[in-house]
Ligand binder design. Structure first.
Ligand code: DQA
Length: 148
């Protein structure tokens, strides 16, 4: 029997993690985060798709491509605060989506306090660095046995 799959989708500028504003995002690279996610997925018997793009439309298509998955872990970066298209894609895909952020967006500028995605997300995890992703995978894994 094939394993359930979780899609980890990363938006703009996250390819630069490691050197991007290390005072905010630390020195962990996206490859480091992928390795942590793969270890966590394996622990829960989940298959993992891990992707990054700097383009909004590509993210929309990646969300569509996740239809049928157990869940999506989405760090949409700045598109979180701007994109109705991503919000509609999450609603259309009908896949349980965890919005994640490395930083605590509520401790930052006002414009980061609003998310177009949160109202259609299953949940939101922010402020724990790379652990935000790991916690999101654990939450999706638990959702297989816990009520919604
Ligand atoms: C981010 C927070 C966003 O506000 C920002 O635009 C990012 C990264 C985070 O992971 O903390 O690009 O999503």
């Amino acid at each position: 029997m094939s394993q359930a799959v979780v899609h980890i989708l990363n938006g703009p500028n996250l390819n630069l993690l490691g050197t991007r504003e290390p005072g905010i995002y630390g020195t962990t690279t996206l490859a480091d985060i992928e390795a942590l996610c793969r270890a966590e997925a394996e622990r829960h018997g989940l298959d993992l798709v891990f992707r990054q793009t700097n383009h909004e439309g590509d993210l929309v298509e990646m969300i569509h491509a996740a239809r049928g998955a157990l869940g999506i872990v989405l760090n949409a970066g700045a598109y979180t605060h701007t994109s109705v298209a991503l919000r509609d894609a999450i609603s259309a895909a009908g896949v349980s989506t965890v919005e994640v952020h490395l930083s605590n967006v509520f401790a930052r500028e006002d414009f980061r306090h609003h998310s177009y995605l949160s109202p259609v997300a299953r949940g939101v995890i922010c402020g724990f660095g790379a652990m935000s992703y790991v916690l999101a995978i654990a939450a999706l894994a638990a959702s297989r046995t816990l009520p919604a």
